[in-house]
Ligand binder design. Structure first.
Ligand code: B12
Ligand code: SF4
Length: 462
């Protein structure tokens, strides 16, 4: 029995264009969902994982599979449906799962043979068994997995073509920010995989550099942080000789022992969501966690960096409080905080989030010709109606922000800072050049987006 597991591309995502920019090699990350599904698949199945981010294959030239499984974020849904249509025309049953299938079940159900909602651990073997007997159901619900049931991902598949490996050590986030899908999908209960499992799986990762995909690597409560320390101790002890990057909230900076252990375990960088330079912005997004009294963001960033860990800061443009000038303000604040990289995104209502419900009820979802418009839900297009910013205005804010932060002399000064402070200067240089390259490439993509918008009278201002 032959199984294809497919990760569809989105041609509008500049960072996946590996052939156009070598820097992007460091920004295309493995579809871990499919590697985990492969880990759950019984051995009688012959599995091929296809990651279209490395180039879409010539499907007609490939042997006919017995079943196709497709994963999809919302931004990949259009392409997912094209791939599904191709295999369904051949009479091959297509199963789709992942975040988009979970949040938009009815839409997906119209376009594939079977939809799997939620996490796959508890249900995937059953789906395959039904497929083998030609009795696939239209819908399965995996719910939320027992964390001990998460299998080792198949790191032996997709063995080449990537600069970074991927692994997951926890699921869920209790913070439930208004714009984020994680709490809705993985739940508020913070689930931690057994540390020996994580260490053993880490040993199977072939790449020297690894992304820990956890949304909130250290959690929020003292017992979460204690477990994170134990994990870091175990990774350090295993002497894996790997460097990794992860995602955390700013409380990562609050515990010197945690930082020292993370660095010893191989942590070379951390993504932190600062989201807004203004306390009212954080309140609007429900990111109250960043509002801890007396928090000094610059000092927090410095504490992390003193352990030779790079900090990439993420901000959002388009909040109800954001007015013209917000782009330059974010670039300036990111400089003041001292982050090594800045990632700025448009506020985007993703299905299943509180922001989606709010914007939908207020009639503020501007790009709503679904499923075609899902391709713009990459957080790099303004798809909503923003309170104080027009379509042209918000795009100009984004351009101004990136132009200011990635202005070459500033960029070189930042990288020089990381040389001087022995903070992975090469990684910092590659990261900065990659962001700079993509933010410039995005200007062309915005121009097409605006042009296309003008073709629909009445919708050219949002
Ligand atoms: C790593 C990651 C990335 C990597 C990509 C890795 C990859 N190719 O898979 C990078 C950094 C490139 C990335 C990019 C983006 N991401 Co991202 N990303 C994540 C993150 C943090 C982890 C994903 C992961 O590996 N999880 C671990 C695996 C094991 O879990 P899983 O994917 O959920 O898979 C399980 C189930 O969903 C299910 N399942 C999944 N697929 C399938 C398929 C079948 C057939 C079946 C049966 C089951 C099934 O089974 C799996 C095992 O239980 C998630 C957050 C999260 N918690 O998921 C956000 C997340 C998926 N990303 C998100 C977003 C918005 C994006 C971007 C659009 C914007 C951005 N810049 O962040 C881009 C889109 C790029 C594109 N190509 O269109 C959103 C998606 C929301 C949505 N509705 O689509 C999430 C949920 C984060 C959030 N804050 O809301 N991302
Ligand atoms: S802290 Fe991060 S992962 Fe958790 S809900 Fe907020 S944005 Fe999502």
């Amino acid at each position: 029995m032959r199984l294809y597991l497919i990760n569809p591309c989105n041609p509008l995502v500049s960072m996946t264009k590996v052939k156009e920019s070598r820097w992007n090699r460091y920004r295309v990350w493995k579809p871990l969902s499919l590697m985990v599904l492969a880990g759950l698949t019984p051995s009688e199945w012959e599995i091929s994982i296809v990651d279209e981010n490395l180039g879409a294959p010539d499907y007609p030239a490939m042997p006919r599979p017995d079943v196709v499984g497709i994963t999809s974020f919302t931004s990949q849904a259009n392409r997912a449906y094209e791939v599904a249509a191709h295999f369904r025309r051949l009479g091959v049953p297509v199963v789709m799962g992942g975040i988009h299938a979970t949040m938009c079940v009815d839409e997906v159900m119209e376009r594939v043979d079977s939809v799997v909602t939620g996490e796959a651990e508890g249900i995937w073997p059953q789906v395959l068994e039904d497929a083998r007997h030609g009795s696939l159901k239209r819908r399965y619900d995996g719910g939320r997995a027992e964390i001990n049931d998460v299998p080792f991902a198949r790191h032996d598949l997709l063995a080449t073509g990537y600069a970074l490996g991927a692994i997951q050590t926890t699921r869920g986030c209790p913070l439930n920010c208004s714009f984020c899908s994680v709490t809705a999908f993985n739940g508020a209960h913070y689930r931690q995989r057994p540390i020996p499992d994580v260490v053993r799986e880490f040993q199977l990762v072939r790449e020297k550099r690894v992304l820990l995909v956890d949304d909130n690597l250290i959690g929020t409560r003292p017992e979460h942080i204690a477990r994170a320390k134990d994990l870091f101790r175990a990774l350090a002890q295993a002497n894996l000789r790997k460097e990794w990057v992860g995602q955390a909230t700013i409380n990562f900076a609050d515990d010197e022992e945690l930082l020292a252990l993370a660095a010893k375990a191989g942590c070379s960088g951390v993504f932190i969501g600062f989201e807004s330079p203004a306390p009212e912005g954080l309140r609007e997004l429900g990111k109250k966690f960043n509002l801890l009294k007396g928090r000094d963001f610059r000092a927090s960033v410095r504490r992390i960096q003193r352990h030779h860990i790079l900090v990439a800061g993420s901000f959002i443009i388009g909040l109800d409080i954001d007015e013209p000038g917000i782009g330059e303000r974010i670039a300036e604040v990111a400089r003041e905080y001292g982050v090594d990289n800045l990632n700025v995104l448009f506020l985007t209502p993703l299905p299943g989030t509180r922001l989606w419900d709010q914007m939908k009820s207020e009639g503020r979802i501007a790009r709503a010709a679904f499923p075609e418009d899902w391709k713009y839900y990459t957080l790099t297009f303004p798809v909503a109606r923003y309170k104080h910013l027009t379509l042209e205005g918000i795009i100009q804010e984004m351009i101004a922000c990136n132009r200011k932060f990635y202005y070459l002399p500033r960029l070189l000064w930042r990288v020089w800072g990381s040389v001087w402070q022995r903070r992975k200067p090469l990684v910092s240089l590659v990261g900065n050049l990659s962001y700079r390259h993509n933010s410039r490439a995005d200007r062309g993509i915005y121009a097409d987006f605006q042009r296309q918008w003008r073709d629909f009278p009445g919708t050219n201002r949002i």
